[in-house]
Design a protein around this ligand. Structure first.
Ligand SMILES: NC(=O)c1ccc[n+]([C@@H]2O[C@H](COP(=O)([O-])OP(=O)(O)OC[C@H]3O[C@@H](n4cnc5c(N)ncnc54)[C@H](OP(=O)(O)O)[C@@H]3O)[C@@H](O)[C@H]2O)c1
Length: 324
């Protein structure tokens, strides 16, 4: 059978969508997942792309299925699982093969992994992937860090599967070792700040001007047709317009006001502080997420000190909306 162009380990949300995207762009892909039943389910659901997928049930089988030098994307949970997977791959790969971590890694871990692999003959790529599940399936933004030679081996596939902006592929080699994951981290940090601004503007409209979710949804939909046009503004309008089918209430009013975080916002702030660069909007966004997550403490504080009530803004409403 014709060898696969690339391999992928980890058929979770991101990995399965990325694998289908690669197959759809005409590149044969060999896949492996720790839990074999997930590989079976993936292949069963691959539909017309089934012939472009080579299911593998051991790392040896995976290595044998790929054209050397073998690029293998690891898309498993970030942290220890990535180190375990790299250690296991050392036993089955040969000189010049390329291990690609496509999860959300801290770029300092990527630099460490790059250097740890350097005496093995294997090459390491740290690859930031942005766009979530939909992006992975139909066109993510791809930020690559590694050697230029390893980028050349994967450039064709990554360029083909990436999003396109004005006909330019959103996939690029950004420098050595941790460069791709660094850019992805700061990109996420900027997104944290963006989301916090959206939340605060929603708060001003709701509490300051007494507007309801549907009215605010219309404001955001309007902004999305102008220079603020973006994915986040677009989905904010959609979310605010949505009702919960069970209760009939606006979805935004029944979602618990408690947000979590995975780390990239915090890492952005840490790196900004290390470099002595003010990143105040990201710092404020990370702090707001932390405050949001400690709901029990917020409720206890409210019990002790009251919630301060809601202050309506007395300024001219239309003028204020123009300002926003
Ligand atoms: N979801 C997003 O929108 C998004 C966006 C950008 C980046 N990312 C990053 O992409 C990576 C994967 O996220 P995901 O959302 O696809 O996760 P997911 O759906 O939870 O899938 C996790 C995958 O990791 C595998 N896995 C977990 N622990 C493992 C271990 N110790 N050894 C081997 N395999 C292990 C799982 O295999 P089993 O089937 O055997 O459990 C599964 O294939 C993460 O780094 C995440 O931060 C996610």
């Amino acid at each position: 059978m014709e060898k696969a162009e690339i391999g992928l380990i980890g058929l979770g949300t991101m990995g399965s969508n990325l694998a289908l995207n690669i197959a759809e762009k005409g590149h044969r892909i060999a896949v492996f997942n720790r839990t074999a039943s997930r590989t079976d389910a993936f292949v069963e659901n691959a539909g017309t792309l089934r012939d472009m997928v080579v299911p593998c049930y051991s790392l040896e089988e995976l290595a044998a299925a790929i054209r050397p030098p073998r690029p293998i994307i690891i898309m498993v949970l970030a942290g220890k699982p990535v180190d375990e997977q790299i250690a296991a791959l050392r036993g089955v790969l040969s000189a010049n093969d390329i291990v690609i971590d496509a999860g959300n890694a801290n770029f300092r871990d990527t630099m460490r992994r790059f250097s740890e692999l350097s005496d093995s003959g294997l090459t390491f790529i740290g690859m930031g992937v942005s766009g979530g599940e939909e992006g992975a399936r139909h066109g993510p933004s791809i930020m690559v860090g590694g050697t230029e030679q390893s980028w050349k081996r994967v450039e064709k596939v990554l360029t083909a599967i990436s999003a396109k902006f004005r006909d330019e592929p959103c996939a690029a080699w950004l420098g050595t070792d941790g460069a791709g994951h660094f850019v992805k981290t700061i990109h996420n940090g900027i997104e944290y700040a963006d989301m916090q601004m959206i939340a605060e503007i929603y708060g001003i409209l709701r509490d300051g001007l007494g507007m309801g979710p549907k009215q605010i949804a219309q404001m955001f939909a309007g902004w999305n047709t102008g220079r603020l046009n973006s994915y986040l503004i677009e989905i904010t309008a959609k979310v605010l317009a949505a009702d919960d089918p069970k209760t009939g209430k606006p979805v935004v009013d029944i979602i618990l006001d408690r947000a979590g975080q995975k780390g990239t916002g915090k890492w952005s702030v840490i790196e900004a502080q290390q470099l002595g660069i003010p990143a105040t909007a990201i710092e404020a966004a990370v702090a707001a997420r932390v405050l949001s997550s400690i709901k029990d403490e917020r409720l206890a504080a409210e019990k002790a000190y009251g919630n301060g009530g809601v202050t309506r803004i007395s300024a001219d409403k239309d003028a204020l909306l123009d300002e926003l």
